[in-house]
Design a protein around this ligand. Structure first.
Ligand SMILES: [Zn+2]
Length: 288
């Protein structure tokens, strides 16, 4: 699933490529992804709206439109947003590879823009979600209101981090980091990388972690996420940006998916464990 750095890359791409454009028409082969209205109603309501800009909270994407409307998109497990120019649609891409072919094979929805570009939503497993409503109603959706502070929001200070953890002092740090209702944006890949960078084991109970070590986790969170954005995300599986290109952070992953390989710092064998029903990767020597 795309996490904060991947979604941030998509959002900044959207602002570069389609901000100011206008939605001319819409096509979908999977109406169930569109929540609360039929494809026909959706088509009517989205037509001729100007794209004012894209933003995100955690892994959730919001595209603000003219007339006080917002398009809310969640990519879920296998969603991708692609922006294509007219000429890119007609010819087969020369730099095609297995995953970008697969991404292109599962286009479920297309927004045709006035400029001739298309915004295409690929979704192999069809878990992705699209909601169109007034900006106010979107902001007040149960799942949006429930979201915790975004991990890169300036409001997510060390003090705020401690405040969140104090309420969950008997929980494991590796579980809490991924709880979107507490801190939004961190998933499976980055929790492993953050905790390795901080030198803390994911199964540690929060109240057993010193303030100094909590500070390390907090600093590692900001550092790793920012670095991953700079590298345009992690394409460990099928993540692609809006042009279909992979990210680069997978090249420098320290522990994630490096089971049975040597730790880059100390050569201890990286272990895979399961925590909160998801894999977590650790170095038992570098992390305490
Ligand atoms: Zn190590």
């Amino acid at each position: 699933m795309p996490e904060l750095p991947e979604v941030e890359t998509v959002v900044s791409d959207l602002n570069k490529k389609i901000k100011g454009d206008m939605i001319a028409s819409f096509w979908s082969e999977w109406g169930k992804a569109i929540k609360g209205k039929s494809i026909e109603t959706f088509k009517k309501e989205i037509k001729n709206r100007k794209i004012l800009g894209a933003r995100r909270i955690g892994k959730n994407i919001f595209i603000d439109l003219s007339g006080g409307k917002t398009l809310y998109i969640h990519l879920k497990m296998t969603g991708h947003l692609l922006v294509k120019k007219k000429e890119e649609r007609s010819k087969n891409k020369e730099k095609s590879d297995y995953f970008s072919d697969r991404v292109n094979q599962y286009i479920r929805h297309k927004f045709f823009l006035k400029s001739g570009r298309t915004l295409e939503f690929s979704d192999l497993r069809k878990f992705g979600k699209i909601v169109l409503d007034s900006t106010e109603k979107i902001n007040n959706l149960k799942e949006i209101k429930a979201l915790g502070v975004d991990a890169l929001d300036p409001k997510f200070t060390f003090q705020k981090f401690q405040e969140i953890l104090r309420k969950k002092s008997s929980a494991k740090i590796g579980i809490i980091l991924m709880d979107q209702d507490l801190i939004a944006g961190i998933g499976n890949i980055y929790r492993s990388e953050i905790l390795y960078d901080a030198g803390i084991l994911p199964e540690r109970i929060i109240k057993s972690i010193s303030e100094k070590d909590l500070r390390k986790i907090y600093d590692a969170t900001k550092k790793i996420l920012k670095k991953a954005i700079k590298m345009r995300g992690t394409s460990d599986s099928d993540y692609r940006d809006t042009s279909g290109a992979p990210g680069n952070f997978q090249k420098i992953l320290a522990v994630y998916n490096r089971e049975k390989r040597g730790c880059k710092r100390c050569d201890t064998i990286i272990q895979r464990k399961v925590l909160g029903q998801r894999s977590v990767f650790i170095c038992s020597k570098c992390q305490k």
